[in-house]
Design a protein around this ligand. Structure first.
Ligand code: ZN
Length: 136
């Protein structure tokens, strides 16, 4: 197994403008990047905590995955992302162990990472993302 660390925790928020001040002024973290991921219909804001990021997710479309999540469950933790090496092989291996993959092959996520999601029905209810940084 080659998970090195928790790459980020994804948190769904209604809007970044209201959420960022909590992370900056209350928790004392610094937002270092805001990026739109059109593919996923979200705007993301990133904070670094050690080698792990907090990724705030604001929906840009009520029909997008975060829009639907907030409508159903409200704001809160949306997913956990593990940093892996050799993401293609990891996906294959996990599928071989009976895990349902949302992404059978990796796609591009925020910050140029290769990402893939595992279905929460086969991960004990936690939407799980694998990330590989192939740029470094
Ligand atoms: Zn993520």
């Amino acid at each position: 197994m080659s998970i090195s660390h928790i790459e980020h925790i994804g948190i769904a928020v209604k809007n970044l403008q209201d959420a960022i001040p909590f992370y900056e002024e209350v928790l004392g973290l610094k937002c270092y990047n805001i990026e739109e991921v059109k593919d996923q219909k979200v705007k993301t804001a990133f904070f670094m905590v050690g080698q792990t990021k907090i990724e705030l997710l604001e929906s840009t479309d009520p029909e997008g995955p975060i829009g639907k999540f907030i409508e159903k469950k409200g704001e809160g933790i949306h997913h956990i992302a593990f940093a892996v090496t050799d993401i293609e092989n990891q996906l294959q291996r996990m599928e071989g162990k009976g895990v349902t993959l949302i992404d059978k092959t990796p796609r591009k996520g925020a910050e140029g990472l290769d990402i893939a999601f595992l279905h929460p029905k086969s991960t004990l209810g936690v939407l799980t993302e694998l990330c590989e940084n192939k740029n470094k």
